[in-house]
Design a protein around this ligand. Structure first.
Ligand SMILES: *[C@@H]1O[C@H](CO)[C@@H](O)[C@H](O)[C@H]1NC(C)=O
Ligand SMILES: *[C@@H]1O[C@H](CO)[C@@H](O)[C@H](O)[C@H]1NC(C)=O
Ligand SMILES: *[C@@H]1O[C@H](CO)[C@@H](O)[C@H](O)[C@H]1NC(C)=O
Ligand SMILES: *[C@@H]1O[C@H](CO)[C@@H](O)[C@H](O)[C@H]1NC(C)=O
Length: 393
């Protein structure tokens, strides 16, 4: 007995809705620090510099954050010291705590004192614990703030709570800028970010050498200022691929390398919320040279339809540049023949070996992570056909 048509219809529709909900990307725009501060003219200078240093967008991307804001008087004492914009960025990022501290929590710190990690710490440019700030409950209900590397001096005190959206963003006014020798140290502008040097030092030397040898590094560097994401096959992975690489023509070599760059800054959070087709530095008017970004819980995969690579780590994250390590060379379908989507059993074996070479050699390579990456899509397809089937009943 088949269910009555209306029941089947509502069942299939709710099934479809459920699926759409679980697969839709979660790009909820939680908060906008620029808009929050725009209502307060006394913070206009701080707000201006959050935008000028690109800290505003980094703050907005974080899901849990506390901004220690300075009024225009406190800002002018800071600005009178004529820091470069890049140094100012470090200083201001020391005023952004990567945790939620509302007024209540600030006044009731357990054991009366704590160290909080800031965005300066998160940049990786803060040596030791210099990216932490000390928050201490003082006598008379006051709350003191000081940089951890400030010899125990608490420069600033809590003034008032400006805006609290628990537990997304808290904006707290403090009395004075936090002094920190490390944050105030002269900083090289990001255009001095030396991609080749960074990669060479962090297990991506083989890839960096290829970029240099082909001149592809120029294209990567041209995109640095506007934002760049690099997917770097680690030295071991690349070594296994070299015989095949040597076989390519000069122009295909270059395309393959450019294929490993995305002309926009995509940190993990952005990648996870923007799954789907991604253009690369190799993309031009004629050839797509794109791949599909997918996520499976915490694992982000890049599916070229020839291979599926996994992101295995972050080599460098300093906006506007992020470099990931990946476990396979990305083989574009414009150069290698795509693998048929085979339904291989989904076992748990880690596919982090040099499986890329096999994938291109024999077109039926059972690429485990590829199957994982396709799993979600196949589920949708099955559910859709199920729905359609029920509708036709
Ligand atoms: C907090 O952020 C989450 C997503 O990050 C969002 O869904 C929620 O609506 C936000 N809460 C408020 C009160 O804005
Ligand atoms: C945040 O708000 C500002 C000012 O209202 C606006 O210019 C900017 O586009 C907003 N940013 C985002 C990401 O919505
Ligand atoms: C924070 O600074 C105060 C004052 O110098 C000090 O007594 C306290 O131990 C510090 N707290 C932490 C967690 O280091
Ligand atoms: C290189 O290309 C030749 C000719 O197409 C082919 O026979 C050979 O197997 C290739 N070698 C590798 C390592 O792919």
């Amino acid at each position: 007995m088949s269910p009555p048509p209306t029941a089947a219809l509502s069942l299939s529709l709710s099934l479809l809705l459920l699926l759409l909900l679980s697969f839709s990307t979660t790009t909820t725009n939680a908060h906008n620090i620029t808009r929050i501060l725009a209502k307060y003219p006394q913070f206009s200078s701080f707000n201006h510099y959050l935008t000028a240093t690109h800290l505003a967008s980094q703050i907005n991307r974080r899901q849990t954050i506390t901004v220690l804001v300075l009024d225009n008087t406190a800002m002018s004492s800071l600005l009178s010291r004529h820091f470069s914009l890049y140094t100012l960025k470090n200083i201001l990022s020391l005023h952004v705590i990567v945790d939620y501290f509302g007024s209540k929590k600030l006044h009731r710190i357990s054991k009366r004192t704590t160290l909080a990690s800031t965005m300066f710490q998160a940049t990786g440019s803060a040596p030791g614990t210099s990216g932490f700030i000390n928050i201490t409950n003082l006598k008379g209900g006051k709350v003191g703030f000081g940089a951890e590397d400030n010899e125990g001096k608490l420069d600033a005190t809590f003034v008032k709570s400006v805006k609290e959206i628990p537990y997304n963003i808290s904006v707290i006014q403090i009395s004075h800028p936090l002094d920190s020798a490390e944050a105030e140290a002269p900083t090289a502008p990001p255009s001095d970010l030396n991609l080749i040097e960074i990669m060479s030092k962090q297990g991506c030397k083989a890839f960096a050498d290829l970029l240099k040898a082909t001149g592809a590094d120029k294209t990567f560097n041209q995109n640095l200022d506007a934002g760049l994401t690099v997917c770097c096959p680690t030295d071991r992975i690349l070594k296994d691929f070299m015989p095949k690489y040597k076989n390519l023509t000069a122009s295909k070599k270059k395309s393959l390398l450019l294929y490993h760059g995305i002309p926009v800054y995509m940190n993990m959070q952005l990648l996870k919320t923007n799954t789907g087709t991604m253009n690369t530095l190799a993309t031009d008017g004629v050839d797509n040279f794109d791949f599909t970004v997918d996520k499976d819980d915490e694992v982000v995969t890049l599916d070229t339809s020839v291979v599926t690579a996994k992101i295995t780590g972050i080599v460098k994250d300093e906006e506007p540049l992020i470099v990931y390590s990946i476990n396979k060379v990305l083989l574009p379908k414009e150069i290698y023949k795509p693998v048929e989507a085979v339904s291989a059993p989904d076992d748990d074996e880690e596919a982090d070996g040099p499986a890329d070479s096999e994938a291109a050699d024999d077109q039926t390579a059972d690429d485990n992570s590829g199957v994982q990456g396709l799993g979600g899509k196949r589920l949708v397809m099955v559910a859709l056909s199920l729905c359609i089937g029920m509708l036709l009943m």
